[in-house]
Design a protein around this ligand. Structure first.
Ligand code: BES
Ligand code: MN
Ligand code: ZN
Length: 497
């Protein structure tokens, strides 16, 4: 069971719980940490030599019941060269520190590097990493495993820092972001029987407590709008589709918003073009794009970001059924363009075609960014480290790349171009919904582009990064919450005011 995490900020003073210190290469400690380790006498040098520990980035030294100190355990985490640590590095260090807490009910992290005490924002970065590393999704586990029997129900993590009050303030702002990531992870981890479109929409409605306007369109409303592509995907499911629109207005009224659109396929069986059984359970996460949009809007609203932002998510379940859509069917999108269905498993682009057009027409946004677990082909191309980025605007692409490097949620730009268009020419309609194996992620993006007009737009294919990606220092869960930190950074750096 997940422990409740509590963060406390206070000044540099050793406490009698697990103590975590940082040190740079060659065992270089900051002043407060140096006062602690000096009490070990020669013990530190001997322990470090025995473990070949010198403070290299990501390495650590673990001392149980160290003689000369009251702490039951002293953990020293190496930072490598600490002159150029970025906020991304600090977040990672916070995650590593959290991971070292193991089964302790309390710990103290000295928030300083070899070069001295961390600034308030840097302490908040550490705390963010600890919070994200501490996340686990176990609400459906009713039994504790034997080795979890002793695990505490509550964990208190103390950050010793030079200015606790301002660190606490900086964390309150960053906590909004952490909560957004956690919300996104929770949504992606939820199983399809619990989180179907109607239930998803209900959970999003809770954002109104933060001042977010939430509108939910049902099937009848979408039929009136002519969203034949989105509705075609959902028509084989016992759970009706929904379109949810979130609006956060933190800037001047009437200022053009920025818009985020998410693929929300609550379960993707493939439909009549049904998927193989192997790993089909992962397709409960085919709404990771939508989850990211919800997490982002939560994060922006919770810290009262000075921006007008729209989030829109198309929620459907893709199922085989007597009423399900067939290969060969032709659907009419809200934009008027028609699409021939070749493969009912290429459903995400159909959902997004209608939502992109709707958002563009209704809100005239400054830009649109959509996120979607759209293609297996992007995993073949990029693995699970980078998301694929398709973009019709070099400035937006550049900003996304930079925000990706800064947060560690990285994107790799992929090509778009009219040459690819002939791959989705249809014998019977304006286009077909699949283009064959070659360039599968590109032809999907090419189809989306037909629904965004001239509006600056980026499509992030997160099939590889949104779920099932390798565990790292700040995530141990199947769902990563990918994209929330990336997009929050993009907004903060370029669009607030
Ligand atoms: N949701 C899948 C893509 C996916 C695959 C996401 C693996 C995460 C992990 C998408 O709807 C899909 O089925 N795409 C097909 C498209 C094909 C039929 C053209 C694919 O990638 O195989
Ligand atoms: Mn599919
Ligand atoms: Zn899908």
């Amino acid at each position: 069971m997940a422990a409740v995490l509590q963060f406390v900020f206070n000044s540099f003073a050793p406490r009698n719980d697990v103590l975590i210190l940082f040190c740079a290469e060659n065992l270089k400690f900051g002043p407060a940490s140096r006062r602690i380790v000096s009490r070990l006498g020669d013990g530190l040098r001997r322990a470090a030599a025995a473990d070949r520990f010198s403070g290299k980035s990501g390495s650590s030294l673990d001392l149980i019941a160290p003689v000369g100190l009251d702490t039951p355990r002293l953990v020293i985490i190496g930072t490598g060269k600490d002159s150029s640590l970025t906020s991304r590095d600090l977040t990672r260090l916070g995650g590593i520190a959290m991971g070292k807490l193991a089964k302790a009910a309390a710990g103290t992290i000295f928030a300083e590097l070899g070069s001295g005490a961390l600034k308030a924002d840097q302490v908040a970065d550490l705390t963010l990493g600890a919070r994200l590393r501490g996340y686990s999704f176990d609400r459906y586990k009713t039994k504790r495993k034997d080795d979890e029997e002793q695990a505490p129900k509550k964990v208190e993590l103390n950050f010793a820092c030079s200015n606790p009050a301002s660190a606490e303030k900086a964390w309150r702002r960053r906590a909004a972001l952490a909560d957004g990531v956690v919300l996104a992870r929770d949504l992606v981890n939820e199983p399809g029987n619990v989180l179907y479109p109607g239930e998803f929409a209900r959970r999003v409605s809770a954002l109104n407590k933060l001042g977010v306007g939430v509108e939910v369109l049902d099937v009848a409303a979408m039929r009136k709008l002519g969203m034949g592509a989105l509705l075609g995907v959902g028509q084989g499911s016992a759970h009706d589709a929904r379109l949810v629109i979130m609006r956060w207005n933190g800037a001047k009224r009437g200022a053009d918003p920025i818009a985020f659109i998410g693929k929300g396929v609550c379960f993707d069986s493939g439909g009549l073009s049904i998927k193989p059984a192997q790993n089909m359970e992962d397709m409960k996460g085919d709404m990771a794009g939508a989850a990211c949009v919800v997490g982002l809007i939560h994060a922006l609203a919770a810290r009262k970001a000075k921006v007008n932002a729209v989030g829109a998510i198309g929620l459907v379940e893709n199922m085989p059924d007597g009423k399900a859509q067939r290969p060969g069917d032709i659907v009419k999108t809200m934009s008027g363009q028609t699409i021939e269905i070749i493969n009912t498993d290429a459903e995400g682009r159909l959902v997004l075609a209608d939502v992109l057009h709707y958002v563009n027409k209704r809100f005239k946004p400054k830009f649109m960014i959509n996120l979607a677990t759209l293609t297996g082909a992007i995993i073949v191309a990029l693995g699970q480290e980078y998301a694929g980025m398709f973009c019709n605007d070099d400035k937006l692409a550049e900003r996304l790349s930079k925000a990706g490097e800064a947060t560690g949620e990285r994107v790799w730009r992929m090509p778009l171009g009219p040459e690819y268009d002939k791959l989705i020419d249809s014998k019977f309609a304006d286009m077909k919904n699949t283009g064959g194996r070659a360039g599968g992620a590109i032809t999907a993006a090419q189809l989306l582009q037909r629904f965004v007009d001239k509006t600056p737009w980026a499509h992030l294919d997160i099939a590889g990064t949104g779920m099932g990606s390798p565990q790292n220092d700040i995530n141990r869960s199947w769902a990563s919450g990918w994209g929330v930190r990336l997009l929050e950074r993009l907004v903060e750096d370029h669009y607030e005011r």
